[in-house]
Design a protein around this ligand. Sequence first.
Ligand SMILES: NC(=O)c1ccc[n+]([C@@H]2O[C@H](COP(=O)([O-])OP(=O)(O)OC[C@H]3O[C@@H](n4cnc5c(N)ncnc54)[C@H](OP(=O)(O)O)[C@@H]3O)[C@@H](O)[C@H]2O)c1
Length: 285
Amino acid sequence: MKKTLNFKQEITAVFGKPVAENPTQVMVEAAFRHHGLAWRYLTLEVDPSRLADAVKGARALGFAGFNCTIPHKVAVIPFLDEVAESARLMGAVNCVVRRGKKLVGENTDGKGFLTSLREIIDPRGKSILLFGAGGAARAIGVELALAGAGKVTIANRGKDRGRELAALLAERTRIMVEYAPWEGRFKVPADADVVINATSIGLFPDGNAELPLDMQTLLPRMVVADVIPNPPRTRLVRAASEKGCRVIDGLGMLVNQGVIGVKYWTGVDPDPSVMRAALEKVFGS
Ligand SMILES: NC(=O)c1ccc[n+]([C@@H]2O[C@H](COP(=O)([O-])OP(=O)(O)OC[C@H]3O[C@@H](n4cnc5c(N)ncnc54)[C@H](OP(=O)(O)O)[C@@H]3O)[C@@H](O)[C@H]2O)c1
């Protein structure tokens, strides 16, 4: 039988600015290839003034969906037809999915983190120390609350932003939450089960930057996680490994949020190891 030729590809993308250093294409297209999908993932620089046009264009061209990164995660919301629960609570969308004729906003950042965390520990009822109050911390905080974490303590350099995130979680979820001022080297409370760096400390090109944390207060029974994907072995990850803690690096979160996005768009559960290997190749780790 003659093989049917098909030159039409399904399109997905990331919209951001700047976007040239975003490695998502490498991992998502590795999954498409591995699973024999005739799909593409384009890295597209979109100026904030053209975001509405870009979303219209994605509709017109029948994109299966697209990721949004800085500075579009909040600004994209008015141009969508629906926003899923956790993305609504966070007030930010990082993954848009075409469902029927609708464009639906999801947030996979926190969900990706939770997948990594659950491989090691179930957050239900646990005491969590979360550094940061920006987009990543907000996404993680909301998903931890939805997953039934016992208590979340938020430490952030900027007091207002830290208190704001604590108030958002306290008002909109049922979690026990407190804000802890962060001056000098933070001492981890002995009852913490999970310690998470969701600040940008340690991100390339400041790969050797150190989270102001008293490493002596990390205990071997604690799980320590870092959101920084590049470089993945941050000082925190290295110090916590040396203390005997179980650690989660930022590549896990990046891969797992990508896995969820690919599943939303294609319906295929992609192999995370293929995606991680593609990223490790570009990061040279
Ligand atoms: N692995 C993944 O899949 C993934 C996904 C999303 C994000 N991320 C990473 O998460 C990090 C944060 O992203 P974001 O979107 O949350 O950024 P953001 O909204 O700009 O927030 C940055 C956070 O880092 C804190 N911070 C920055 N520099 C600091 C310093 N020198 N000392 C203390 N605190 C500092 C900020 O505190 P202030 O409020 O005081 O400024 C704020 O809490 C980025 O490095 C990003 O690469 C990773």
